[in-house]
Ligand binder design. Structure first.
Ligand SMILES: Cc1cc2nc3c(=O)[nH]c(=O)nc-3n(C[C@H](O)[C@H](O)[C@H](O)COP(=O)(O)OP(=O)(O)OC[C@H]3O[C@@H](n4cnc5c(N)ncnc54)[C@H](O)[C@@H]3O)c2cc1C
Length: 452
């Protein structure tokens, strides 16, 4: 049974006979996936086959080959795992000329005579637009299931939260009702007859920017994600509370990419962390990030329409930043100079090189990185745009609510409070290299990025 607070009905169409379709989007995994579980239950109740459909947009918010490659390799595994359970998998390649993913999904559902369509939840504008387009065309009931958040985003809070301190009690109140292990997806009695996806052709057809190459340090897919999680719990979780802010200590989970693509369930991570032998302090510190901070980002994107724009930052921060917009800067760089790691600051350049070469920046350095973009850009608006552009272009986990909230936190004071006023930053929290020096061996971090 799935808690009805996880499910929204997106149209009024009546139930009819025909295969059940799970339009997989944000939650690209088979197990521990409430949306697939719900679709599986519908298929059983209606005595119908189950088909998972993925609509592949030819471009997606500036994503490059690096991110598409990771996602498609994961989906290739998803097709196999579903096949073992007699669940069909269809990949539809969609271009704007064809009307985009929502229309393409509706066309496929109509040609397959679908009896019911289920999808997963995302607060992002583009995904909501695709769903609205599909909902207007579908002739079968259309459901959305929040399979990404532990406490469903729309049930956790009905408004944009000010800060973690206002959101935490709401999440904690409901956590026990939603942090539950899910039964495995059982095999369907019979597989639908569908041709296998030609992955070489799909990858070859991509028209995305291929100059940003895939990474090799992180293996894509649901199985690799589970192995990665197990190793984190076994080897690193114990030191998380003490070492997570030290970028040279390799102490964080590096799970954000798996969570972003939905190759891993946050609920499953939380359950496994809770039941581990690690010290309580480390478990609590990790769960605060995984649950409160991560789900707060979805809350921001769900209720702040301008989540990816400078206009989305809180009023006090906007006023303060504008007051200091014309303050003289010690240095001003163009987006290209930032992109090519050509600033005067070796520490900043090292963080940017980490991003370019590996598709990630350590969480602590990510804050420093974004705040210095504010300090050295001609205006706070340009800083916001440069930081988001670089994050979305190079980070494996980019184009995520966490990225929008992270940039808005660093540059625009989101979920933070006003600090002492100072040039350029206004009342936005400041960070500098000597602060980093006190926390970790800066030279070691720099040297590491030089050798990647
Ligand atoms: C400027 C900036 C940009 C960011 N861009 C992204 C992004 O594009 N995608 C992304 O997933 N995260 C982003 N973050 C948040 C955070 O930096 C990353 O989630 C974290 O560094 C990922 O590493 P990890 O998996 O080892 O994290 P861990 O420390 O192991 O944390 C576990 C999980 O908790 C979540 N988490 C951790 N820190 C935060 C946080 N501050 N806010 C929300 N959730 C958090 C992530 O899902 C993470 O995987 C950004 C932060 C900043 C300051």
């Amino acid at each position: 049974m799935i808690d009805p607070r996880c499910i929204s009905r997106l149209n009024e169409a009546e139930e009819k006979e025909g295969p059940v379709i799970y339009w997989m989007s944000r939650d690209q995994r088979v197990q521990h996936n409430r949306a697939l579980l719900f679709a599986r239950m519908k298929a059983t109740a209606l005595h119908q086959p189950l088909i998972v459909v993925f609509t592949l947009a030819t471009s997606f918010i500036g994503a490059t080959f690096r991110q598409y490659h990771f996602m498609l390799e994961g989906l290739r595994e998803t097709e196999n795992l579903l096949g073992e359970l007699n669940i069909g998998f269809v990949l539809l390649q969609c271009s704007p000329e064809m009307g985009g993913p929502g229309m393409e999904l509706a066309r496929y559902a109509s040609s397959a005579g679908a009896g019911c369509v289920v999808t997963d939840y995302s607060p992002l504008r583009i995904s909501q637009q695709w769903k609205r387009e599909a909902a207007a065309l579908l002739k079968a009931p259309f459901y959305e299931v929040d399979a990404h958040n532990i406490v469903p985003c729309l049930a956790a809070s009905g408004k944009q939260e000010y800060a973690a301190r206002t959101f935490r009690p709401k999440i904690n109140r409901l956590l026990g009702e939603f942090l539950l292990s899910q039964p495995p997806i059982e095999a369907m009695p019979q597989a639908p007859e569908l041709p296998p996806v030609n992955w070489t052709e799909v990858i070859g057809n991509l028209s995305v920017d291929r100059t940003v190459a895939p990474v090799t340090w992180l293996k894509p897919g649901e199985r690799a994600a589970e192995e990665h999680l197990n190793l984190f719990i076994k080897n690193k979780l114990a030191g998380y509370a003490d070492l997570r802010n030290n970028p040279t200590a390799d102490a964080t989970s590096l799970l954000s990419t798996y969570l972003h693509f939905g190759q891993l369930s946050a609920g499953q991570v939380a359950l496994e962390v809770q039941s581990s032998q690690a010290p309580e302090e480390s478990k609590a510190a990790f769960l605060e990030e995984l649950i409160v901070r991560r789900e707060l980002s979805d809350n921001y994107c769900a209720y702040q329409k301008r989540y990816d724009a400078y206009e989305g930052v809180p009023g006090w921060a906007h006023t303060s930043l504008e007051k200091h917009a014309l303050d003289p800067r010690d240095a001003i760089y163009t987006p290209l100079e930032f992109e090519t790691a050509a600033t005067h600051d070796r520490l900043w350049n090292a963080a940017q090189k980490e991003l370019l070469n590996t598709g990630k920046i350590h969480g602590y350095m990510r804050m420093y990185w974004a705040k210095k973009i504010l300090e050295w850009s001609p205006s706070p608006r340009e800083a916001f745009e440069t930081a988001l552009w670089l994050n979305d272009r190079y980070a494996l986990d980019g184009r995520d609510p966490n990225g929008y909230a992270g940039v808005a936190w660093s540059i625009g004071g989101l979920h933070d409070r006003p600090w002492f006023e100072r040039p350029v930053y206004g009342k936005i929290r400041y960070m500098n290299a000597s602060g980093c020096q006190r926390k970790f061996d800066v030279e070691r971090y720099i040297a590491r990025q030089e050798t990647v």
